[in-house]
Design a protein around this ligand. Structure first.
Ligand SMILES: Nc1nc2c(ncn2[C@@H]2O[C@H](COP(=O)(O)OP(=O)(O)O)[C@@H](O)[C@H]2O)c(=O)[nH]1
Ligand SMILES: [Mg+2]
Length: 309
């Protein structure tokens, strides 16, 4: 219970800035007011200014207007409740589970991808911490052979967390590291192998091909792998994160999103916008810089934390 409480308060803290801008604004606009067409237009403008996205705004406003005209919603307070309930239902439960290898079918392989600096390596440390706290064994593969210091950065995490790491030479072929890491993961019988990769843009064709090559190498050694290709996005980048989600979902076989840096950003509404614009589920959120600062994405807890007073 204490654990659960601390998780909620961490989440609330992480969402502080989004709450201040988006939700505090909505509350002061809506609470204690009678609903009329004017207020609905005000609400529409406010939602459009926030990061929740055009489609979600249109959908919300249409249903609120319908309910108002049918006499089912009469006050701003009811609108706020309506928005909360609606947001909680945006993410189907089946979406949120981590995909794993079938029992006996070898290690689960998770590949992390995304643009430079979004938080890939840090998010690996977090996933590693989370999986181990669930009793699973983890091996890391340092396939970011491109950036100087990248291997060392992951190695430092592996030392701190007490997990093994498979690495190659800086500048070497990342697919070769992936090959070695898969072989080691199978030989050691670990539950989960997490592969770090170099930052890339979806427009960098050769780097995108390299990503496919890594996936191919994994798949030949571990059928079904990689089971998750997690796109890491930086929540503080707002609309740019949204564009990355759209673009990577077209080209990189992304199966889920790890939304990092939700702490300290006013742009947490982007979680809704991502749902709005793509079908890729947000599976994890990052709310700080330590390995413990990870949450599995639970819409109800998320929305409650966002709307808590
Ligand atoms: N506040 C905050 N900082 C984060 C989070 N995730 C990563 N960072 C920071 O973002 C910076 C880049 O992270 P890194 O993992 O090296 O990004 P990469 O280039 O994608 O591998 C580092 O300073 C991290 O500490 C997060 O959830 N919250
Ligand atoms: Mg990195």
């Amino acid at each position: 219970m204490a654990f659960f409480k601390s998780v909620i308060s961490k989440l609330k803290k992480g969402l502080e800035r989004t709450r201040e801008t988006l939700v505090t604004g909505l509350r002061s606009m809506l609470l204690g007011r009678r609903l009329d067409e004017g207020l609905i237009s005000e609400l529409e403008a406010r939602l459009l200014q926030s990061d929740v996205g055009v489609k979600t705004t249109a959908r919300l406003i249409t249903s609120i207007r319908e309910q108002f005209r049918a006499g089912k919603i009469e006050s701003g307070d009811q609108v706020l409740e309506f928005i909360k309930t609606d947001l909680k239902n945006l993410w189907p439960p089946a979406d949120r589970e981590l995909r794993t290898a079938a029992p006996g079918a070898g290690p689960t392989v998770i590949l992390m991808t995304g643009v430079n600096g979004v938080g890939k390596t840090t998010s690996i440390a977090k996933l590693c911490w989370l999986l181990r706290s669930q009793g699973r064994t983890v091996l890391l593969g340092a396939c970011d052979t491109f950036r100087a210091g990248a291997v060392r950065q992951l190695e430092i995490w592996s030392e701190r967390l007490g997990v093994d790491l498979v690495k190659g030479q800086q500048g070497g072929d990342p697919a070769a590291v992936a090959f070695d890491a898969c072989a080691a993961a199978k030989a050691r019988g670990v539950d989960v192998l997490i592969l770090d990769t170099a930052g890339r843009l979806h427009t960098q064709d050769s780097l995108m091909r390299q990503l496919s090559k890594i996936c191919g190498v994994v798949n030949r050694q571990i059928p079904g792998g990689p089971h998750e290709v997690l796109l890491v996005l930086d929540a503080t980048s707002g609309q740019s994160a949204l564009r990355q989600a759209e673009e990577f979902s077209k080209s990189a076989g992304v199966t889920g999103i790890f939304l990092a840096k939700l702490d300290g950003t006013a742009k947490g509404g982007v979680v809704v916008a991502i749902r709005d614009a793509t079908s890729i589920p947000v599976k994890f959120i990052g709310v700080g810089e330590t390995p413990e600062d990870i949450e599995t994405f639970e819409p109800a807890a998320f929305v409650d934390a966002l709307f808590s007073a």
